[in-house]
Design a protein around this ligand. Structure first.
Ligand code: SF4
Length: 265
């Protein structure tokens, strides 16, 4: 009886994303951005100040060269830079952070001539993936945080089955390979074999900062700079961990159903 009353009280909790924006994730640290206009102020500083700025970041995500930039693919969203320099850095709660190239994770974004080609090649490749989609998830040395977010995709709030997206245990049935973790040496071969066992066409997602760049622990004797050197990545989803909405955005970008972060189309 209590469950019936609760159901009546809460109504439908399932998100309508991406058909409608969803405020559920507002306030989540989806990605880090450089505050608009902060660029010149930081670069004007003398060398010591620039070095201090870069040293704020435990993963080397802040670059202070000719301009101030942040590599979202290396950012673990720890917040140190935002706390120390809120005039320069801020969190961006918008979950649409997935990109089609590793380079596009560098913000502020620079124009990339190759992007249009990458986009059209992927669209051409996945054009037959228009019905139900099956995802094979591989943990290639994760700390477990991404797995919580991946698992949440099937709960009543995110409910990816409503979009015809399902998880499968078999790579033979999978269209999308969703990889979490830093890509440990021990997982390199199983990951490669999973990729090879999947039928064409297939899409590979690097889910999270660890899979993208090796994260906080890079480099170690047992892991490299993410999974990009093991399997060819189509979509990069930064975040540590990325929220279920960010993962969903990445999946839909990979299927050519949504535009990538920073895209004007
Ligand atoms: S939030 Fe943390 S990891 Fe990300 S750029 Fe700032 S200091 Fe580096």
């Amino acid at each position: 009886m209590a469950w019936v009353l609760r159901g009546l009280r809460d109504g439908v909790v399932t998100s309508r994303y991406p058909r409608r924006p969803d405020g559920y994730g507002d306030g989540y640290r989806a990605a880090l951005s450089v505050v608009e206009g902060a660029d010149a102020a930081a670069v004007d500083g003398h060398l010591g100040e620039k070095a201090a700025l870069a040293s704020l970041c435990p993963t080397g995500a802040i670059e202070v060269g000719g301009r101030l930039s942040v590599d979202r693919g290396r950012c673990i969203l720890c917040g140190r830079c935002v706390e120390a320099r809120p005039d320069l850095f801020a969190f961006d709660p918008a979950p649409e952070v997935a990109t089609l190239t590793r380079r596009a994770l560098l913000v502020p974004r620079e124009h990339d001539d190759a992007l249009e080609l990458v986009r059209s090649e992927l669209a051409q490749r996945v054009r037959v993936l228009r019905r139900s989609i099956h995802i094979r998830h591989v943990d290639a040395g994760s700390d477990g945080s991404e797995e919580w977010e991946v698992a949440a995709l099937t709960n009543p709030v995110y409910d990816v089955q409503r979009l015809g997206i399902f998880f499968t245990a078999s790579p033979r049935h999978a269209d999308v390979l969703l990889v979490t973790g830093v890509g440990t040496a021990g997982m390199a071969e199983p990951l490669r074999r999973t990729f090879e066992a999947m039928p064409e066409p297939k899409v590979v997602l690097a889910a999270g900062t660890d899979a993208t760049s090796g994260g906080l622990v890079y480099p170690t004797y047992a892991s490299g700079a993410g999974i990009g050197s093991i399997v060819p990545v189509d979509v990069w989803v930064p975040g540590s961990p990325p929220s279920p909405f960010s993962l969903l955005h990445g999946i839909l970008v990979g299927l050519g159903l949504l535009s990538e972060a920073g895209s004007e189309t």
